[in-house]
Design a protein around this ligand. Structure first.
Ligand code: ADP
Ligand code: MG
Length: 575
């Protein structure tokens, strides 16, 4: 294998084909990765403490679009911090007002209290800027768990759902301990602490009347919001700064929960897989020297292995490593006549958005839509080797040379290189590197989706076109399978979903792949947090009704009336 720096080879072609070969993942390997993925899922469902943590979320009901209410949501994603007010209309639609805030590197790596104070300040700023929201918990509900604020009896609290997209071991809908930071965060004195408490303490320090009633991962948010807008969903998946997925699991399969109250209360629960930490041993993943370098220089070496092959935070950095190694190749440089730049020499100097731009320049989409056609040219090829942008010989389509010139402009601008150091051949090499790296990310992503489909009984796995032996009937045979996705990578990277689907078809067969309805969970984090706040509200209402009932039974009041008398009226449960 070549080293990442000081590549030495007789011909440039040898080196390039070796690099591309290393970045390829063949169908057999895809199958093996999926099987390993399933084994790690089962390990995580059986025991605590695995890297792929398979976290029970305590979300036990899935929205159907009829939910109503207005809630605040706070979303700490990795790159963005958003505060939103979400109004669920109860007819599969919602409206949302939001404000984005920046999280500086100093906040990411400083003291946790400073970070959480900043989150509280952002909510405060949002409430101040946008006026008082239409959401408030009645004082009786807001006061539960808050004996210490009994002197504020009549002040209603604003219910807030927190979307917190880091691994948290949840113990209830409104509490969970941070297991580890990911995606470049390393705030001190947070790991092992309850993030809801950290946030609530920050609100309380500032005397804000905001109550964090639900903690939700962005994957769960994507699942719930897609279920709300489309009437059903079994998997929520994120492809943004990081990658992760949450799916609806049969409670009986989550054996690590034992015979807890949650197990007795329902038959399904959403599980947050934390699949970014799949295969940290890298026994199955197709690591190259470029991946090893990214990992070694990251803030969390040896962790989040799967994520480092797939997500927005890393694809640009892998690409940068490949490019730099080709600049440094001996006996002669293989890119940019040996020129590099400050931008290229800097860790994280190439954003994944640059890869998108290179592919858009090639495909003639995004800002590269030809002006005279006025319409988006559909990219036809999900993989490598596209030679025309729409498969026709239309004279209005740019020539290969024109497309490479566009790519050269992107490279010169984004990588800050002198224009005369970038040839059209260089542009072509960079394009192929980008395509290979994105193609590999999409193929690996399909393994996670296939594993969830298999685990939930909705697919059989196929190897080399042959179905593995399994005669059990499929769950929901013939029906649509809802999958909600969110994140800049899946939203903006050209043909990411198309590439993922092509590999999914290899793994689960065409019939199942065709029934997989992948939809963008637009604003999933905000809407999901609002839905989760509603679920918390409902579950608490039910608990409160049960408590009243139990109290009355204990006092001999309710024996003749029966428990159903105290079932929460729908109008109450569906605020
Ligand atoms: P978060 O993870 O904070 O919710 P996003 O979903 O917006 O935020 O993901 C941000 C990540 O997506 C960054 O790592 C960035 O490099 C990447 N990204 C941003 N724009 C694009 C794009 N056009 N194409 C591909 N990746 C992108
Ligand atoms: Mg996000």
């Amino acid at each position: 294998m070549p080293q990442t720096h000081a590549i030495y080879a007789h011909t440039g072609e040898d080196v390039l084909s070796s690099v591309f070969q290393q970045l390829d993942v063949d169908d057999d390997r895809l199958f093996n990765i999926t099987m390993t993925f399933l084994h790690e899922m089962w390990d995580g469902l059986n025991n605590y403490g695995h890297d792929m943590a398979m976290i029970p979320t305590f979300v036990r009901s899935i929205p159907d679009g009829s939910e109503k209410g207005t809630f605040l949501a706070l979303d700490l994603g990795g790159t963005n911090l958003r505060v939103c007010e979400v109004n669920l209309h109860g007819d599969k639609t919602f409206s949302l007002r939001q404000q984005k805030y920046k999280v500086s590197d100093a906040l990411k790596t400083g003291e946790a209290t400073t970070l959480f104070d900043y989150l509280a300040d952002s909510v405060d700023a949002f409430l101040t800027d946008s006026g008082s929201p239409n959401c408030a918990l009645p004082p009786s509900l807001a006061r539960r768990n808050l004996a210490e604020v009994s002197d504020e009896e009549d002040v209603p609290y604003i219910p807030l759902g927190l979307t917190f997209s880091f691994p948290v071991e949840q113990t209830a809908l409104d509490s969970g301990k941070l297991l580890t930071w990911t995606k470049g965060f390393a705030a001190k004195n947070a790991i092992g602490n309850d993030v809801v408490k950290l946030l609530q303490d920050a609100f309380d320090r500032k005397n804000m009347h905001v109550r964090c009633v639900a903690l939700v991962n962005d994957t769960v948010g994507a699942l719930l919001s897609r279920a709300y807008t489309s009437g059903g969903c079994i998997l929520g998946a994120i492809f943004g700064t990081g990658t992760n997925g949450a799916y609806v699991e049969d409670m009986a399969s989550i054996s690590k929960l034992g015979r807890s109250t949650a197990v007795k209360e329902g038959n399904l629960m959403v599980v947050n897989t934390e699949w970014g930490g799949f295969n940290n041993s890298r026994s199955a993943l197709p690591s190259t020297p470029y991946d090893n370098k990214v990992d070694r220089e990251s803030i969390n070496p040896g962790k989040q292995a799967f994520e480092k092959f797939i997500s927005g935070m890393y694809l640009g950095e892998i690409t940068r490593n490949v490019i730099v190694s080709l600049i440094d190749a001996a006996p002669k440089p293989l890119l940019f006549s040996g020129h590099s730049s400050k931008q290229l020499n800097k860790q994280w100097g190439v954003d994944t958005a640059v890869l998108s731009e290179v592919e858009e320049a090639w495909e003639g989409i995004g800002r590269f839509v030809p002006e005279d056609t006025g319409s988006t040219a559909e990219a036809t090829n999900a993989g490598e080797g596209t030679e025309t942008s729409n498969g026709t010989n239309s004279t209005r389509q740019p020539s290969v040379q024109q497309k490479l010139e566009r790519i050269r402009d992107v490279i010169v601008k984004r990588m800050e290189l002198p224009p005369d150091s970038v040839s059209l051949d260089d542009a072509d090499v960079v394009r192929k590197i980008c395509t290979h790296i994105a193609w590999r990310a999409a193929r690996l992503s399909s393994c996670a989706v296939a594993a969830v489909l298999f685990q939930t009984g909705r697919a059989r796995l196929t190897r080399g076109g042959e179905e593995t032996k399994n005669t059990a009937p499929l769950v929901d045979e013939g029906k649509r399978i809802g999958v909600g996705v969110d994140g800049s990578l899946v939203e903006h990277y050209p043909c990411f979903e198309k590439k993922l689907r092509a590999s999914l078809r290899v793994l689960v067969g065409e019939d199942v792949e065709r029934r997989v309805d992948i939809g963008l969970a637009k604003d999933g984090s905000g809407v999901g947090a609002a839905l989760c706040a509603l679920v918390a509200y409902r579950q608490n209402m039910v608990k409160q009704c049960h408590t009243v009932y139990e109290h009355e039974v204990a006092n001999g009041v309710s024996e003749s009336r029966g428990a159903e008398h105290f079932a929460c009226p729908d109008s109450l449960a569906r605020t």
